[in-house]
Design a protein around this ligand. Structure first.
Ligand code: ADP
Ligand code: ADP
Length: 232
C-alpha cells in the first residue's frame, strides 16, 4: 500500500538546514494499522505530507497504492488523493456549518449529484454512529463527536488508505479510546489501511500492528508492536 524507500527531505531556513527525513524506509501493507511515533520535530508530519503528495522527496522513492508519486502528473495525483482520507488533530471542520454540510463538502466540490451525496452522508454517519447529529452545528459537538465527523468526511471518497495526523491528541483518554475503537472497526470491516502519526505510546499499543519510532528524521526502530515494545 505504501513503500517509502531511502527517502530524505531537508528544509533550509534562517537557522540552517534541517534534515526532516534522513534515509527513511517504511513499508505499509494492505490491512495494516501502522503507527509512526516520535517527539515533536521528529519528522512525522513531513512523512505524512510526502505520502499524500503535499511535499516531494529530495531523494528516494515514495510509492502509494502502486503509484510512484514522482512520476504522477497533476490529474493522476488528484485521482490518487481520492483514495486517501485524512484525519487531523484539530478536526479542520467548519464550526458554523452542520455535520451534513461538513461531510458533504468534498462531494459537493467533486460535483456529485445530490441524491448520491445524501446517500453517502447517511452511510458514513452510520459508520461513525452519529446518525442523529446530521443537522447539528459543529460548534455544538464535543471533541470526540467532532473527530467522528472528521473521520466520516474522510470516508466519503471510499479511501483505501486513512492518514491520521495526531487524530486523538486533542481528546481525553476515554474519548481517545472510543475513537481508536472506531478506527479499528473501519480497518477490520472496511479493509481500510491506516497510517497514523502520534506522540502517544498508548495509541500505538491500542490499535497498531506495526510501529516505527522516529527521532531527528530517522527511523530508529521498526517492526511489529510486540517486537518494538515487548509484551504489555
Ligand atoms: P513532527 O511532525 O514529528 O513534529 P515535522 O515533520 O513537522 O515533525 O518537522 C520535522 C523537522 O522539519 C522540524 O525540525 C521542523 O521544524 C522542520 N520542518 C518541517 N516542515 C518545514 C518547512 N516547511 N520548512 C522548514 N522546516 C520545516
Ligand atoms: P504539527 O505539530 O501538526 O506537525 P506544525 O505546527 O509543526 O504542526 O506544522 C504545521 C505546518 O507547518 C506543517 O505543514 C509543517 O510542514 C510546517 N512547518 C513545521 N515546522 C516548520 C518550520 N520550522 N518552518 C516552516 N514551516 C514549518
Amino acid at each position: 500500500m505504501i513503500q517509502i524507500e531511502h527517502v530524505s527531505k531537508t528544509f533550509s531556513g534562517k537557522y540552517g538546514t534541517v534534515h526532516a527525513l534522513d534515509d527513511v524506509s517504511i513499508h505499509v501493507e494492505k490491512g495494516d494499522i501502522c503507527g509512526i511515533i516520535g517527539f515533536s520535530g521528529a519528522g512525522k508530519s513531513t512523512l505524512i505530507r510526502l505520502v499524500n503528495g503535499l511535499e516531494t522527496a529530495d531523494s528516494g522513492k515514495v510509492t502509494v497504492c502502486g503509484k510512484e508519486l514522482s512520476t504522477l502528473k497533476k490529474p493522476e495525483l488528484r485521482a490518487l488523493r481520492r483514495k486517501i482520507g485524512m484525519v487531523f488533530q484539530q478536526f479542520n471542520l467548519l464550526e458554523s456549518k452542520t455535520v451534513y454540510h461538513n461531510i458533504a463538502l468534498p462531494l459537493i466540490l467533486a460535483k456529485t449529484p445530490k441524491v448520491e451525496i445524501d446517500k453517502k452522508v447517511k452511510e458514513v454517519l452510520k459508520i461513525v454512529e452519529l446518525e442523529d447529529k446530521k443537522d447539528t452545528y459543529i460548534s455544538q459537538l464535543s471533541g470526540g463527536q467532532k473527530q467522528r465527523v472528521g473521520i466520516a468526511r474522510a470516508l466519503t471518497t471510499d479511501p483505501e488508505l486513512l492518514l491520521c495526523d495526531e487524530a486523538t491528541s486533542a481528546l481525553d483518554p476515554q474519548t481517545t479510546e472510543s475513537i481508536l475503537k472506531l478506527l479499528k472497526k473501519i480497518n477490520r470491516k472496511m479493509g481500510v489501511t491506516i497510517l497514523l502519526i502520534t506522540h502517544q505510546m498508548q495509541v500505538v499499543q491500542m490499535i497498531c500492528n506495526k510501529v516505527a519510532v522516529m527521532e531527528s528524521g530517522k527511523i530508529v526502530e521498526s517492526g511489529s508492536v510486540l517486537e518494538v515494545f515487548g509484551s504489555p
